[in-house]
Write a protein that binds this ligand. Structure first.
Ligand code: URA
Length: 257
């Protein structure tokens, strides 16, 4: 059985869902009862151009300071990654192993944004490669995608010591890279993973629960908020709600077509 299908089976079994939804399926996800939880504002999605996911270039960038293994980067994004790799704008540069810029398809219409690199991400230079990342892979598989079709990044690029929450000055410093990265990516939709990413990107102190199940806006891009996969690993009972979120993302994504 292909790896994706195995992921899908495992993920759906874990969360007790029998019916997968593919982003590329012809049936509309909104027809599924749980996807009706949220409808993107018509104005945001109705006029959006058709979604296209093209093959991405592969690139590996070696800098004098660090080796940044960046799959699927191209052009401006690659240049930005090189610049970011030597960043010393905040104190995290003293404790990081390397800058963790982002991974995936530079032409992706859907971007997932987490909080900050953890220990394994810091070691490998790629976001979401630890246990939470493996669950994210299964979540993607459950909606018929993999990490080469989307783009995955964090609000900040360097690991905070002991995985503490990023501090305001660190977020502010890293915003230089964050904004340029999204400008270059120009996604059609963003999915924020967890409270810290949601509060940081949306500029709010609101709890995660109040940010779920409705569309937000980041510089004109529709944004959906869901649980962080690391939280789901700690609280598996929330996986059903996370599945509802994913289906809402699928439904919104299909309306872009
Ligand atoms: N958690 C995050 O928010 N990002 C990662 O890259 C890994 C774990």
């Amino acid at each position: 059985m292909p790896e994706n299908e195995q992921f899908l089976e495992v993920y759906l079994r874990e969360i007790g869902v029998q019916t997968p939804v593919s982003l590329f399926a012809s049936t509309h996800a909104a027809d599924q009862p749980v996807a009706a939880l949220a409808q993107p504002p018509a104005a945001v999605v109705e006029d959006a151009p058709a979604v296209s996911v093209s093959d991405a270039d592969q690139a590996s960038v070696i800098t004098s300071e660090v080796s940044v293994a960046l799959a699927d980067i191209s052009g401006g994004l690659a240049e930005l990654a090189i610049k970011a790799s030597t960043c010393r704008l905040c104190g995290l540069s003293d404790t990081r192993t390397q800058v963790v810029f982002g991974v995936g398809n530079p032409n992706a219409d859907l971007v997932f944004i987490g909080e900050a690199p953890g220990r394994e991400e810091d070691a490998r230079g790629e976001p979401f490669v630890g246990p939470a990342g493996q669950l994210l892979d299964r979540m993607l598989a459950a909606i018929g995608m993999d990490r080469n079709q989307v783009y995955i990044m964090n609000t900040i690029k360097c690991r905070p010591p002991n995985n503490r929450d990023p501090k305001a000055d660190e977020v502010q410093a890293c915003n230089l890279w964050f904004e340029q990265q999204l400008d270059l990516l120009q996604p059609k939709m963003i999915c924020l993973l967890g409270r810290v990413a949601a509060q940081t990107v949306l500029g709010t102190d609101a709890p995660l629960g109040s940010l779920r199940e409705r569309w937000h806006d980041y510089h004109g891009i529709p944004v959906w908020v869901t649980y962080h996969p690391a939280y789901l690993l700690r609280s598996p009972s929330q996986k059903q709600k996370s599945w509802q979120d994913l289906q809402a993302v699928v439904a919104g994504f299909q309306k872009l077509n």
